[in-house]
Write a protein that binds this ligand. Structure first.
Ligand code: ZN
Ligand code: ZN
Length: 262
């Protein structure tokens, strides 16, 4: 598997793919990932706007792909490192999308070339578009936990953000919530199997229960700075009950030595 992956990456770097080429690029096989450093050129058209551009990038492509989402960084300082640009140079690099959405895409097409063509190039296209026209070519989700909540809210068709949070917390950390005979944690009063179980079952085919837990922890982590707490309650994004439950779960998980997810 590993050598197939390196072959595929090498081929893409040497010969390019749909709408992209690599230039002045080096490839290094590390223990659990392949590091690709160099320049990527793309030529993409979206709704009649054709853009060509070049970026200096570093890609950390995990050998267990598509199980782990790759990290992509811009290395020349061209893209500002901030939530507005969906770019976190110190940490996870580009925020290429909500984990659930990326996982759905890459599980269906688990190749390096697909990842570049359909995930990395659109990200860079959107950035170039934004530089030129001061807006994004398509609607983008909120950054980090905001985007994650938006994603689940539309997936499960919830109207209320707090319903979404309660539902998520329950399915992530309270086992009874994912038993068909128990009440659905959306609060409808119906049994889980007669309410949101189908959507949940579809989701975990590409986004595991463990991934849902990680998403919930991301939401907690993003919002657990004590100084922001009161504002969050004011904005009614987070109820106190939910927040306290989250803190409880977080402590529980840390005790279980699951620090890797943080
Ligand atoms: Zn973002
Ligand atoms: Zn429900």
């Amino acid at each position: 598997m590993m050598s197939n992956l390196i072959d595929e990456v090498y081929d893409a770097i040497t010969n390019g793919g749909v709408g992209f080429n690599f230039k002045e690029t080096s490839l290094q096989a590390l223990k659990d990932k392949i590091e690709i450093t160099g320049k990527i050129q793309f030529n993409q058209i979206y709704e009649e706007v054709q853009l060509q551009d070049e970026y200096s990038i570093q890609i950390l492509f995990p050998t267990d792909f598509p199980h782990t989402i790759p990290i992509v960084r811009e290395t020349s300082g061209r893209i500002e490192s901030s939530a507005d640009y969906h770019n976190d140079k110190e940490g996870d690099g580009f925020c290429l999308g909500v984990p659930g959405e990326i996982n759905k895409k890459i599980r269906d097409n688990p190749t390096f070339k697909y990842f570049i063509t359909d995930i990395v190039v659109p990200f860079l296209y959107a950035n170039t578009f934004h530089e030129r026209y001061n807006k994004y070519p398509w609607p983008t989700r909120g950054h980090c936990s905001k985007g994650i909540i938006e994603y689940y809210q539309s997936l499960f068709k919830f109207k209320d953000e707090r319903v979404t949070q309660n539902f998520l917390l329950n399915i992530a950390f309270f086992k009874n919530s994912i038993s068909g005979h128990h009440l659905c944690p959306c609060g409808s009063g119906k049994k889980f199997k007669d309410c949101h179980r189908n959507e949940y079952t579809d989701l975990i085919k590409y986004h595991s229960h463990r991934n849902i837990q990680k998403d919930v922890l991301q939401i907690i982590k993003d919002n657990s700075e004590p100084k922001d707490k009161e504002n969050l309650f004011k904005e009614r994004l987070y109820t106190k009950k939910w927040y306290n439950l989250c803190r409880h779960c977080l402590r529980f998980l840390i005790k279980q030595n699951e620090r890797s997810v943080l």
